[in-house]
Design a protein around this ligand. Structure first.
Ligand code: HEC
Length: 163
């Protein structure tokens, strides 16, 4: 958040400086230049500066916002994630989202059950990961992930499912 604010302030300062320069070189000097010689190159210069500022606002700020989003602690529904659950969110994105729907991860997989509806407790998810599932809906391979990552993803799902 602090970094984002600092960047935005920096852009505002840059934009303000460009406007000031454009204005100070503006009416008076522009008229002078027009009387003496063509000021095309000067116009082109400030046009370029304005284009750069617009590009910064248009690209840099959304980029920063997106990066910030990936890192944000809060999941959908105002759930504060622990760092373990944040790791679980990454595991989920890599290994589970292709088959399962979970709105907190923007996952829309339709092979397995919708986890927002199922809202599996941690133990059920861990069991599904360990044993796999093949009861007719389709197949979930066993052992997609183990150890700490398995704990984290089960924890994450239990925290956010149905939100
Ligand atoms: C290849 C597709 C696929 C992937 C990848 C996958 N699943 Fe599944 N999952 C399924 C299917 C299909 C079922 C339902 C199986 C059944 O009913 O027999 C299922 C069932 C489940 C269940 C419910 C178990 C129960 O007993 O009701 C949970 C929880 C679950 N998966 C979690 C996960 C997690 C966590 C991951 C990632 C580590 C994951 N799944 C990855 C296909 C998948």
């Amino acid at each position: 958040m602090v970094a984002t604010a600092a960047l935005i302030i920096a852009f505002v300062v840059v934009a303000g400086a460009v406007v000031l320069v454009a204005m100070s070189g503006g009416p008076g000097k522009a008229r002078e230049k027009l009387l003496h010689r063509q000021s095309n190159s000067a116009n082109r210069g400030s046009g370029l500066a304005i284009t750069i500022v617009i590009a910064l606002f248009g690209i840099a700020i959304p980029a920063v916002a997106m990066v910030g989003n990936n890192d944000k602690k809060e999941a959908k529904g105002g759930v504060e994630l622990t760092s373990a659950q944040k790791n679980g969110r990454e595991v989920f994105a890599q290994l589970c989202s292709t088959c399962h729907s979970l709105s907190a991860s923007n996952a829309v997989g339709r092979v397995g059950p919708n986890l927002d509806q199922l809202r599996p407790p941690k133990e059920l998810t861990l069991n599904a990961i360990q044993m796999g599932r093949a009861r007719g809906l389709g197949q979930m391979p066993s052992g997609l992930v183990d150890g700490e990552d398995a704990e984290d993803v089960a924890d994450y799902i239990a925290a956010v499912a149905g939100r």
